[in-house]
Design a binder for this molecule. Sequence first.
Ligand SMILES: [Zn+2]
Length: 90
Amino acid sequence: MIVHAELSCLTCGYDVGDVEGERGARPDTLVFLPVHQGDELLVDETGHFQCPRCGGRVLPQGVSPVKRPIDPKTVLEANLEDAIARGFVP
Ligand SMILES: [Zn+2]
């Protein structure tokens, strides 16, 4: 099952972005859609997501199944659409 989740920092409240992938998949195999362009998905040595701003713990929120998952091969396109949807000029 493919699931979608939103990532935000527990420490500073920073909105990191959205991730999508197989439930239980390794973090480095997930599709990552950053809220702030240029952010990367940071994962510490224990497999937890890290905040790119403060280094704090980031937890997936609102995990829900996805009917039409993003194709990792076209993630560039998905990123672009995501950026437009969020009001950024690409
Ligand atoms: Zn933070």
